[in-house]
Structures are given as structure tokens and as C-alpha cells.
Write a protein that binds this ligand. Structure first.
Ligand SMILES: Cc1cc2nc3c(=O)[nH]c(=O)nc-3n(C[C@H](O)[C@H](O)[C@H](O)COP(=O)(O)OP(=O)(O)OC[C@H]3O[C@@H](n4cnc5c(N)ncnc54)[C@H](O)[C@@H]3O)c2cc1C
Length: 391
């Protein structure tokens, strides 16, 4: 029950008007062609249509809501960002194709890019004319990111880059990649992260080869990226050469923010859908499955409440705690779905969807920093345990 004083009119706030504005925009623009498209393990689904929709969203100023007005954004408050993501997810709008660009590279360039880099890239990012991918991980460097061995050397007015990246999401559609590469040896006795640089590299050039990796789901959302004397202009290094670690970490910190709230509304929709499937398979008659469905709802309510709290009142290692909670939740829902489907005949489309969900959610605890790494962060930053020895 909500708390409201009877007889007192609820004032219309700017946030209410903002909510109405995004609702009306979505009602006018959201077509059946893209409704519900994309999502867990379905990153290639209706890609062109989702791209077109994302561009319309951008043209209306919604995709760069959080960017400052001076850089073409709307400078929206945190509350308004939350409202946008809530409404977007509630309306069943498609999963966006500009996430890496507008929420990772854009804010990085706004904070740490040169004015020339900002002029060159921000307009194309804001209008989703150019898509981006993230070139951090390598076959020998994932959790231990400072171990990247891709090298770049300055040759006149350009960087020449050689090495291999892996698990590069959406590299097959990207125009640009932000690449972490070694441009100088790490100083003896100094941190291994010193000497790394953050380079902006065009993907469509002879020195770049993208090879899709077939995933457990049968789809290929990520890729191997081979850099064989790939080139980029000398000025397309963000931050000082050799000091790219700080920039790389800043990019990771922008990764989710208020969008987490929208993700959780999507989780609620997933749970509602699974409950509907459970009714058709008869799983609702099984006390153990009923209890797991109920627990999923309770855990999601707790997760959502906690997320809203830490968005307003930041806590140490908050993003690690949220990632640990949501990844466990989504993997749990995938496992529950398999058990629900096993109880009886479900619609084949539902079976296919939940199979993909189950399989893809296995990756949740790996990407964006594995759960072991997140627990290590909590151990050090919250509990103050001694730092883990690193090689
Ligand atoms: C779906 C998906 C999309 C991805 N997209 C991208 C992308 O777009 N760009 C990109 O650069 N990368 C991407 N990645 C890569 C991702 O960031 C790495 O997989 C992740 O950082 C783990 O690195 P790794 O795979 O090399 O595993 P490793 O680092 O080799 O880890 C192997 C295991 O050891 C554990 N481990 C490692 N170090 C420690 C430690 N210090 N303490 C405790 N346990 C430890 C890990 O938790 C893991 O269980 C993606 C991965 C996936 C699954």
C-alpha cells in the first residue's frame, strides 16, 4: 500500500512531465517490428530495425540523456535517468545497439578526451552514426587485464598496432574500437599497468580482421579481432600515452549506472513471462517450483530496492555488489526456467527463448569482471582484507 494523505492533491512535478514525455514518445514510435527484440543472447535479432529505432531515439535526444548539455546531451538528473530506463523497459522497447558507444566511450571522451577528439566523435556517437566495440580482453589477459600484450608504436603521425583481442562483443558491426595496448615497457619494479595506452582504432581497414566466435547459444555476438599493423592517427590516444590504464578503468566505471534499473524492470518482465509458462506446463502445482518462483520475486524486489538506494547514496564497491546479485538472480531464473519447462508441453517459441536465456546467462558471471573478481573487490574495499598477491 502506498502512503498518501487523503484529500491532498499530488503536485505535478517536472519528473511527472518528463515521464509523460517519454511515455508519449514511445507510444508513438514503438512498432511491432522492434517491440521486445534483442535481449539476453539475442544481440543479432532484428539488428537493422533496432539500429534504426535507436537512431530515432537518438534524434529525439533520449540516448544521450545523461550527457551534459554542453556536449549535446540533456543533462538529465539521476531521477530522470531512472524514469527513462523504467519507461523504456516497461514499454517493451528493444535492446539498444549503442550501449558501448553512448554509455562507455562517450562519457570517457567527455571527461578525458581532447576538445578535438570530442568534436570528432561525440556528434557521431550521439546520433548513433558510428558503432563501437571494446578491445580489452586478449587470449592471455582477461581478469588480469594489465597483462595485455597487444603492442602499438608511434610511426610518424600514426600508431601501428599488432596483437589479438578476444570476446569482442559486436566487433562485427562496429566502426571503431577502443583498444588497450602496450606502448612502452612497464617500469622495473613499477606497476604492470604503466606503459599501456588507450587508442581509438577504426575497424574498417586492411589491418583489422574480425572472426566471429560461435557461442553456446548457436549465435555469434562476440569475436576474435586480429590487429596486424592496424593503424590509427597519432592524436587518437585518450589521455597521455602510457597512462591509458586510468582511462580504461574510467570507461568501466561508466558501464551501467541508471540503466541497471531498466535492466531490472526487464527482469520483472522475464519473471512474469516465466510464471505464465509455469501455468501452462502445470509447474505451478509443484510446491518446490512455486516456492522458487516466489523467491525469485522476493530477491528481485530486494535487488531493486538496494539498487535505487545505492544510486542515490553511493556505497563502496556498490557496482560489484549489484553485479554479484543480478548475475546470481538471472542465472537462477534460467535454471528455474529449465525446471519449469521440464514439467510439461510448452509453446516451442517459449522453449527456444528460455533455452537461449539459460545458456547465455552462464556468461553473466564472466563478462564485465567475473564474480570472483567482484568478490575480491568487495573483500578489499569493503572488508579491508589484505590485497591479493598478483603476478
Ligand atoms: C559474453 C561476453 C562478452 C564479452 N565482451 C567483451 C568485450 O566486448 N570486450 C572485451 O574486452 N572483453 C569482453 N569479454 C571478456 C571478459 O571481460 C572476460 O572473459 C573476463 O574478464 C574474464 O577473463 P578471462 O575470460 O580471460 O578469464 P580468466 O581471467 O582467465 O579467468 C578464469 C577464471 O579464473 C578466475 N580468476 C581469475 N583471476 C582471479 C583472481 N585474481 N581471483 C579469483 N579468481 C580469479 C576467474 O573468475 C575465472 O573464473 C566478454 C566475455 C563474455 C563472456
Amino acid at each position: 500500500m502506498s502512503l498518501r494523505v487523503i484529500g491532498e492533491a499530488t503536485p505535478v512535478t517536472d519528473d511527472d512531465a518528463f515521464r509523460r514525455e517519454i511515455r508519449e514518445w514511445l507510444a508513438a514510435e514503438l512498432t511491432d517490428e522492434v517491440r521486445g527484440a534483442g535481449g539476453v543472447g539475442r544481440e543479432n535479432e532484428a539488428f537493422e530495425q533496432r539500429l534504426a529505432f535507436t537512431r530515432r531515439l537518438a534524434a529525439a535526444g533520449w540516448s544521450t540523456l545523461a550527457w551534459p548539455a554542453a556536449h549535446g546531451g540533456r543533462g538529465a538528473s539521476l531521477a530522470q535517468q531512472v524514469i527513462f530506463h523504467e519507461e523504456y523497459a516497461r514499454a517493451g522497447a528493444p535492446s539498444r545497439v549503442d550501449h558501448i558507444g553512448t554509455t562507455m566511450v562517450g562519457p570517457t571522451l567527455i571527461d578525458l578526451g581532447t576538445p578535438a577528439q570530442q568534436r570528432r566523435f561525440l556528434p557521431a556517437l550521439a546520433s548513433v552514426r558510428e558503432l563501437w566495440c571494446q578491445g580489452y580482453s586478449e587470449p592471455g589477459a582477461g581478469s588480469d587485464l594489465a597483462g595485455v600484450t597487444t603492442r602499438a608504436r608511434l610511426d610518424g603521425d600514426r600508431w601501428v598496432i599488432t596483437g589479438q583481442k578476444v570476446w569482442t562483443s559486436l566487433a562485427h558491426v562496429a566502426d571503431w574500437c577502443f583498444v588497450l595496448a602496450r606502448t612502452a615497457p612497464a617500469p622495473a619494479g613499477g606497476p604492470r599497468s604503466a606503459g599501456l595506452s588507450y587508442l581509438l582504432v577504426p575497424m574498417r581497414q586492411p589491418g583489422v580482421t574480425v572472426r566471429p566466435i560461435r557461442q553456446l547459444t548457436g549465435d555469434s555476438e562476440f569475436n576474435e579481432v586480429f590487429l596486424d599493423d592496424a593503424v590509427t592517427e597519432a592524436e587518437l590516444v585518450v589521455g597521455e600515452p602510457g597512462q591509458g590504464w586510468k582511462v580504461a578503468m574510467a570507461t568501466l566505471a561508466y558501464e551501467r549506472g541508471a540503466a541497471t534499473v531498466g535492466q531490472q524492470i526487464g527482469f520483472q518482465r522475464d519473471l512474469d513471462d516465466l510464471v505464465a509458462v509455469a501455468r501452462t506446463t502445470g509447474a505451478t502445482a509443484d510446491p518446490a517450483l512455486r516456492e522458487r518462483l516466489t523467491r525469485a520475486w522476493i530477491d528481485l524486489t530486494v535487488l531493486r530496492t538496494h539498487t535505487l538506494r545505492v544510486l542515490r547514496d553511493p556505497q563502496p564497491a556498490a557496482s560489484s555488489v549489484i553485479k554479484l546479485l543480478w548475475t546470481r538472480w538471472r542465472q537462477g531464473l534460467g535454471e528455474l526456467a529449465v525446471d519449469v519447462l521440464a514439467r510439461g508441453d510448452a509453446d516451442p517459441a517459449a522453449v527456444a527463448r528460455w533455452q537461449t536465456y539459460f545458456l547465455f546467462s552462464r556468461a553473466d558471471t564472466i563478462y564485465g569482471g567475473s564474480n570472483e573478481i567482484q568478490r575480491g573487490i568487495v573483500a578489499e574495499r569493503v572488508l579491508g582484507l589484505p590485497r591479493q598477491a598478483r603476478g
